[in-house]
Design a protein around this ligand. Structure first.
Ligand code: NAD
Length: 352
């Protein structure tokens, strides 16, 4: 069965979702929903109907599922409307502008039995599956420490769109949340967060830079450094070659260190001492290989499999909520100067 997916929000990422839906097998684009005229342009390009609201879509031509690529501030209303109409939804990250909103989405989906996914598309990258396998099979030994960098320069006109300057936007909410999703995927649950933020350069309502310390449940520690006002290549965006819009470099942005080896990503090199573990001994790298496929296309194919009832979400809304709890802890720690203990809040979001 071909699964008919509508896209709400014809902006930056909504247009990429439209391309991905068009390119994926077993899926067709049902409609574009956007109150603005950009929606009509995108709909015309894909020869599908344009509607100005989700209500119009649901009343006139309900699809099998909806991708919500709308501004963060309207995700809760959009998601609740989809759930009430019985429509599975893939909700772009962050799920909402605060934990309360994200929890409302997760509990409404659970109560109605409607599958909800979060748009952490990186987890659908075969590179990530390869990295996860090499961590899980023990090649690196026990993970002790991680360094992650999320550095890039967003051009000044990116901030001409009002919501990108306001609470619920900013690189911690918009970008770092993807890195947190991957770090949790690799290292397990985050138990403690300590962070500092700065808006000294751009002076928007939101931060332009943050540095973060994470402790994971099994004792591993991570340092994460994020800035959208640094001209540099050390971010997933500028290294992983997922989105052709970014000029790719061959640099790495994650270093994952274990007792028997270390992994650099995204170049997938595993560093080990071939003979005896020691800083006096030779150390060498093995580059792992994988077959690349656009994670957005894989994500939409997985969404279709979930809609058909064949698979569970790879990244559920509950997972999106957990990522958001870490992000909220970053914001809270930066605001108070205190460490935030997450072991108590995980219980609320512990559903798979
Ligand atoms: N997964 C990713 O890598 C990724 C990348 C970029 C953005 N995002 C997320 O995607 C979402 C959209 O970001 P963007 O940069 O594409 O935003 P954008 O501002 O470029 O586009 C948003 C679009 O949504 C439309 N819109 C507003 N309210 C709507 C509603 N109620 N119904 C339908 N359409 C509505 C707007 O008219 C606009 O065209 C955000 O949540 C953002 O965090 C995810």
């Amino acid at each position: 069965m071909t699964v008919r997916i509508a896209i709400a929000g014809a902006g930056l990422i909504g247009r990429r979702h439209a391309e991905a839906v068009s390119a994926a097998n077993g899926v067709s684009l049902a409609a574009i929903v956007d109150p603005g005229d950009v929606g009509a342009e995108v709909a015309m390009r894909h020869s599908v109907p344009h509607l100005r609201s989700l209500t119009d879509l649901i009343e006139t031509a309900p699809p099998d599922g909806v991708i919500l690529a709308t501004p963060n501030q309207v995700h809760v209303d959009n998601a609740l409307e989809c759930i009430a109409a019985g429509l599975p939804a893939l909700i772009e990250k962050p799920l909402a502008v605060d934990i309360h909103g994200a929890e409302r989405i997760v509990s409404a989906g659970d109560a109605a039995g409607i599958p909800l996914l979060t748009g952490h598309h990186r987890r659908h990258n075969p590179l990530i599956a390869r990295a996860k396998a090499v961590i899980s099979d023990g090649t690196l030994g026990r993970i002790a420490a991680v360094q992650a960098s999320t550095w890039f320069y967003k051009p000044d006109d990116y901030f001409n769109v009002d919501w990108r300057r306001r609470k619920g936007a900013g690189p911690v909410y918009i970008n770092l949340i993807h890195d947190i999703d991957l770090l949790r995927h690799f290292c397990g649950e985050v138990t403690t967060v300590h962070a500092m933020e700065s808006k000294a350069i751009r002076d928007n309502e939101v931060e332009d830079t943050a540095v973060i310390l994470l402790r994971f449940a099994d004792g591993a520690l991570a340092t994460v450094n994020v800035s959208d006002t640094v001209v540099a290549p050390w971010s997933w965006e500028l290294t992983a070659r997922e989105n052709p819009a970014y000029p790719a470099t061959s640099e790495n942005c994650y270093l994952i260190g274990g007792t028997h080896g270390a992994l650099s990503l995204p170049n997938l090199s595993v560093w080990t001492n071939p003979d005896r573990r020691s800083w006096w001994e030779p150390i060498s790298a093995t580059k792992l290989i994988f077959d690349f496929e656009d994670p957005l296309i894989r994500q939409v194919r997985q969404f279709a499999a979930v809609i058909r009832g064949d698979e569970d979400p790879l990244v559920s809304a509950a997972e999106g909520l957990r990522n958001q709890q870490v992000i909220e802890a970053v914001k809270l720690s930066a605001a108070t100067g205190q460490s935030v203990d997450l072991t108590t809040t995980h219980t609320a979001a512990s559903k798979p």
